[in-house]
Design a protein around this ligand. Structure first.
Ligand code: ARG
Length: 589
């Protein structure tokens, strides 16, 4: 049980013993750490409700709390608030308990969470716009895992829309002799060449060209439309060509995402529900969930209570084509086929808010997912330059994701050089440190902001070794690691984590015991920034303790062993939460 939970239960039992409503007994971390560690603000409203004198009531409650062996001091503050501080040995016990069992005492949820993130469109290169959904999504997934959900990530590729038809039309135009376009290819199983007729570089060039051409060349645009429709209706030649697009893109994306520490369990996409959309729509029509409107099929998702009218959800356009919306609805149906997931979390740009509002309404109307499955749009804002406009390179292009990683590493290398770090390491070790530091700079720069705010992409700031940055956190983690190493080298070992001997030490213990509630809050808001903030506070609090208490030269063996235990506990919690932020700790730094 977390410290806060235990204190809440204690206060509740005191309330109950005095014949008061225990639901007012919530204990929270103190807003005024200079006065007390915890507070309970329920006595005042409770007294008002019961028509009692608030200070008198609070005084009686404080007296009862002071009788408990865990409480160092409970007193009345202001008009009737309770200030509470705990005994040092109780706090030490609570801190030690965090790492005594497995998983920091967090119970397995045995429930699945699907995180839909990344969402790139195939045949297009990954650029700065893909940074946020990738990093936030990966972090949210790791956060759920930390909270012991069975979380999996699905990249949900954009692999089934008009751009696919545009590419097919462009390739047919340039090389009509290819077997994918031969007479009868629509229904021919092939065999088709195993080698792709185009490379990933070709595709990345063709994609913008073809889409630009569609704007000027009506005949080509019509061909692209037809090709899209034919692909969606099962043209086998096109399917074979499309398979090449997909394979090439997935290989390319996997490598770039891996550089960021982003990995997907599922590489599904819009196309994975290609054959499910027609039967789904049929069912929706039969059940009178979907209806015809101007030749199209829609679901009316408006609610009279809406402040702004929600436009209908488009299932099928008047030409018989399916849309982004259709595949997303079919994907919900696909995702809930097994045991009902606890949640499906979509990490995408806030500009898609309307789409997800409509989608969730449609899913609700169609009873697509069980009521116990939460559908969540964890939206994010933009990455901007210092001018607060969307981040671009000097020549006005969108920087590629790989370039951003390389830039971060360049700056990380400069920082490491400047601060004379990693000096005694071999070339390969040093390169690995630079890689990890560059990455941490990037991911912490991203995750330290709440996902919905826009943030300025300032790599110089992100790579700094001081302040609230990824490299600073790594530096502290390495400091803990090498302190433990030095102790081990000197034949010293951790003992029982004991009562704090000074404020700095007590503060580390207090910070550590906040972990369970911090994780709960971060999960509830799908908000890794709460973990980012906490990791910084923990690092800074630890550093103050480490500067004050000189472990190796401490004469009292019991104190020394207790400090080493505190180091170990801090290390295991700190590394675990850094992992949620996609930060790895270098061996040395
Ligand atoms: N491919 C989409 C885009 O580029 C993002 C996909 C997000 N996920 C989803 N299930 N809609 O905008």
């Amino acid at each position: 049980m977390s410290l806060l939970r235990e204190l809440t239960e204690l206060v509740q039992s005191v309330f109950t013993a005095q014949g008061l409503d225990p639901s007012y007994g919530d204990v929270v971390v103190s807003q005024r750490p200079d006065l007390c560690q915890f507070q309970c603000n329920g006595a005042l409203p409770l007294a008002k409700k019961a028509g009692k004198n608030p200070r008198e009531l609070a005084t009686a409650l404080a007296a009862a709390l002071n009788d408990d062996h865990r409480i160092a001091l409970a007193d009345v503050a202001g008009p009737g608030f309770l200030n509470i501080s705990v005994e040092d040995d109780f706090l030490a016990e609570q801190s030690a308990q965090l790492t005594a069992g497995n998983h920091f005492g967090i119970e397995a949820k045995n429930q699945q969470v699907i995180v839909d993130y990344g969402g790139p469109n195939i045949a297009k290169s990954l650029h700065v716009g893909h940074l946020r959904p990738a990093v936030i999504g990966e972090s949210v997934k790791r956060l759920y895992r930390f909270a012991r959900y069975d979380a999996i990530g699905d990249v949900h590729l954009g692999d089934w829309g008009l751009p696919m038809g545009q590419l097919i039309a462009a390739i047919e135009d340039a090389s009509p002799e290819l077997p994918y376009f031969a007479d009868g290819a629509a229904t021919s199983e092939g065999p088709y060449p195993t080698e792709s007729p185009v490379t990933i570089e070709d595709l990345e060039e063709l994609y913008p060209q073809a889409s630009a051409r569609c704007k000027e060349d009506k005949a080509f645009a019509a061909k692209a439309q037809q090709a899209t429709l034919a692909l969606q209706k099962g043209h086998l030649g096109y399917r074979a060509l499309w398979n090449h697009f997909r394979t090439l893109s997935v290989a390319d994306m996997t490598a770039i995402y891996a550089e960021l520490g982003v990995h997907f369990e599922l590489w599904l996409g819009e196309a994975s529900v290609a054959d499910d959309m027609a039967p789904m729509i049929e069912k929706l029509v039969a059940n009178q969930i979907a209806q015809e409107s101007d030749g199209a099929l829609i679901i009316d998702v408006a609610d009279p209570k809406d402040k702004k009218e929600l436009p209908p959800f488009m299932l099928q356009n008047s030409r018989g084509g399916y849309s982004y919306a259709t595949s997303d609805l079919a994907t919900i149906e696909q995702r809930v086929k097994g045991p009902a997931p606890h949640a499906i979390v979509y990490v995408t740009d806030a500009r898609q808010s309307l789409h997800f509002q409509q989608l969730f309404r449609a899913a609700d109307k169609a009873k697509m997912a069980p009521a116990s499955t939460q559908l969540i749009h964890a939206s994010h804002g933009m990455v901007t330059g210092k001018d607060n406009k969307p981040f671009k390179t000097r020549d006005g292009k969108l920087p590629r994701l790989g370039e951003l990683v390389a830039d971060a590493q360049k700056l990380a290398a400069a920082q490491i050089e400047e601060n004379n770090l990693a000096e005694d390491l071999s070339e390969t070790e040093r390169a690995s440190v630079i890689e990890l530091v560059g990455l941490a700079a990037l991911t912490y720069g991203e995750l330290s902001n709440h996902r919905t705010t826009n943030y300025i992409f300032d790599l110089e700031k992100f790579t700094e070794l001081k302040g609230q940055t990824g490299p600073y956190l790594q530096y502290v983690a390495v400091r803990i690691k090498s302190a433990l190493q030095k102790a081990a080298d000197a034949g010293l070992h951790a003992g029982t984590l004991g009562a704090a001997t000074c404020d700095e030490e007590r503060n580390v213990q207090l910070e550590l015991t906040k972990l369970p509630e911090i994780v709960e809050r971060a999960v509830a808001g799908n908000a890794p920034n709460i973990i980012a903030e906490y990791s910084y506070v923990l690092a800074a609090t630890f550093n103050r303790f480490y500067d004050k208490c000189h472990i190796l030269s401490e004469p009292n063996a019991e104190t020394q062993q207790s400090w080493l235990a505190l180091l170990e506990t801090t290390q295991s919690i700190f590394t675990a939460i850094l992992d949620i932020l996609l930060i790895q700790v270098p061996e040395k730094m």
